[in-house]
Design a protein. Structure first.
Length: 102
């Protein structure tokens, strides 16, 4: 079995990180099924909050954590990473990211 990296944005407007994670997971389960090994956020059961990396925007930070094999998100069976911040349009978002089994 392999792993796929993913970066998934969810609006933070009037939602907590836990609510946004639950919504993102439910959406992925709906689109990719409940059989497991989808390589998406559907495979994640929890998340870990991480800061934006100095000198990077929210998406660049997510890819930095993935590309540098940061221990918080380097396990395809472990938690997803989550960064709270603004996207390129200035909207408040949660960015969930990491590796997922496929």
């Amino acid at each position: 079995m392999g792993a796929h990296s993913f970066v998934h944005f969810r609006s933070a407007r009037e939602k907590s990180a836990a609510e946004a994670f639950s919504d993102a997971r439910a959406n992925a389960l709906y689109h990719y099924g409940h059989n497991g090994y989808t390589g998406t956020i559907a495979e994640k059961m929890s998340f870990k909050m991480l800061p934006i990396v100095d000198g990077k925007d929210i998406e660049q930070s997510a890819w930095h954590y993935i590309d540098t094999a940061h221990p918080a998100v380097d396990d395809k069976y472990g938690p997803a990473g989550c960064i709270h911040g603004k996207d390129k349009d200035g909207d408040e978002v949660y960015c969930f990211f990491g590796w997922a089994a496929c």
